[in-house]
Ligand binder design. Structure first.
Ligand code: UDX
Ligand code: UDX
Length: 437
């Protein structure tokens, strides 16, 4: 009998293959290597693999570069991973599932990955789908494998990683969701062995149940944000501070304090995509998803509602020089996917404002005729107004006396309700928040 190897921390060692070295795949690879397993990570993007092999990390995620370096002895990157399929105990699929034109999730990359694996799979393996896929996809994958005579176990193991804290979220998750088939009596222990050094409660459910948990979690968090953004609009109308309302309701244990920060809306690669996909899945089954529709409508209009407010504050936008601080969809990432900051910049530009933008890590999308400055100071020069669209610490810690001296105007717009309002007012500037009366 083959003797089981153990990791240097004493848990059972596994060979893991990860398909997709994007944000999720790469984080998963680094964390699983840290847990002591050997990881082969495959991506069809040659440049990405070349960079990773050199030791360069293609995305900015705090702690990721260090983790990849620390565990490079058991972490391997390949453009073509075919010869590593057979030896893998566990295979993760982490390729993207982008939205199509109707908001439906496009699973063609997942299907392609399954097709490439198929001829090489054998019965001792567990295929784990981490990509966010529409309800029923994992069952269809299982059926496809079975039809091809492959007795591979299929597991749905969704991720709940926040960009900017993905490593922490992977190592200290609130829960590990494992979706499996009723007749699968082995996969749970495979996943528990793989994650042996991670301490979190397991939620074990069906394949479709795990898929639904992922969508429901993101939709619920998005709904919380849209709820507080709607409250912000109401607070604005009734001259109430929404930050007080968020605190006042958030301290109620049944509600909780998280995801109640009003702002210019949620963005990123997950919330907008997953809310839209869940909406389409509901329509397909003739279920009217009222909450999801409202969540999306509020978010789609939030940045524009705010543009109108900026316009009212400045009188006109035409020829005003506006410094927008923040391009990324949230701080501590260079990701601009569905970033409300980018939507805001475009809208201000289209309404005639002269916009200059800054971000510590993110870069404006190609084709935008807008200047991006290297320093905050450069962006602030001669600005009539400054808008903080992403709440990076660097913006929260600005010296507001200095800001006043650098700007021409005096309006500071806090698009994330995260700036020190009193300091700004004391510096002689006009503070405009989101729903803060
Ligand atoms: C992940 C997904 O798993 C998605 O379902 C989830 O909703 C959000 O997180 P992410 O890691 O952000 O997506 O995707 P991306 O950064 O686009 O990375 C996907 C990677 O897979 C890319 O590097 C791409 O080159 C690679 N890929 C894609 C393959 O290697 N093979 C393919 O067939 C398709
Ligand atoms: C999210 C989920 O949190 C994670 O579990 C899932 O797996 C992937 O999607 P992420 O998109 O990285 O993670 O960021 P998150 O921190 O959730 O923020 C999403 C957006 O909501 C950002 O644009 C952020 O600025 C916004 N947000 C968040 C608010 O506007 N208010 C809040 O109170 C919280």
């Amino acid at each position: 009998m083959k003797k089981k190897r153990t990791t240097n921390k004493g848990s059972e060692h596994m060979n893991v293959l990860i398909i997709g070295a994007g944000y999720v795949g790469l984080t998963t690879a680094a964390v699983i290597a840290k847990l002591g397993h050997t990881v082969h990570c495959v991506d069809e993007n040659e440049q990405k693999i070349a960079a990773l092999t050199r030791g360069d990390v293609p995305i900015y995620e705090p702690g990721l570069a260090e983790l990849l370096t620390d565990h490079k002895s058991r972490l391997f990157f390949h453009r073509d991973g075919q010869k590593h399929i057979h030896e893998a105990d566990v295979i993760f699929i982490c390729v993207g599932t982008p939205p199509d034109n109707n908001g439906k999730s496009d699973v063609s990359y997942v299907n392609r990955a399954v097709a490439a694996l198929l001829p090489h799979l054998h019965d001792q393996q567990t295929l784990v789908i981490k990509s966010t896929v529409p309800i029923g996809t994992n069952e269809r994958i299982y059926e496809r494998l079975t039809k091809e005579g492959k007795n591979v176990r299929v597991v749905s193991n969704p991720e709940f990683l926040r960009e900017g804290s993905a490593i922490f979220d992977s190592l200290y998750p609130d829960r590990i969701v494992v979706g499996l088939r009723d007749d699968d009596d082995r996969s749970l222990s495979v996943m528990q062995t793989l994650y042996a050094r991670i301490h979190a409660p397991y939620v074990v459910t069906s394949l479709s149940g795990a898929e639904m948990i992922k969508y429901a979690a993101n939709a619920f968090l998005a709904m919380k944000i849209s709820f507080i953004n709607e409250m912000a609009r109401l607070c604005e109308a009734y001259d109430v501070d929404v930050a007080h309302v968020a605190k006042g309701i958030g301290l109620d244990g049944r509600i909780g304090p998280h995801f109640l920060q009003a702002g210019i809306g949620y963005g990123g690669s997950c919330f907008p995509k997953d809310v839209a996909a869940l909406q389409q899945m509901a329509y397909e089954k003739a279920v009217r998803p009222y909450m999801i529709e409202a969540t999306k409508t509020i978010n789609d209009t939030q940045f524009y509602w705010y543009v109108q407010k900026i316009k009212r504050t400045l009188g006109t936008l035409s020829d005003k020089r506006i410094a927008v601080l923040g391009i990324a969809f949230k701080p501590n990432t260079d990701d601009i996917r569905e970033s409300p900051a980018v939507s805001l910049i475009k809208a201000l530009h289209n309404l005639g404002a002269h916009v200059v933008a800054h971000d510590p890590k993110a870069v404006l999308p190609n084709g935008m005729d807008i200047k991006q400055t290297k320093t905050i100071d450069e962006a602030l020069q001669q600005a009539d107004a400054v808008i903080v669209a992403t709440d990076w610490d660097a913006y929260k810690q600005l010296n507001w006396e200095q800001v006043r001296q650098t700007m021409s105007g005096n309006v500071v717009v806090d698009g994330r309700n995260s700036l020190p309002r009193n300091d700004i007012i004391q510096a002689g500037l006009t503070y405009v928040g989101v729903g803060r009366g």
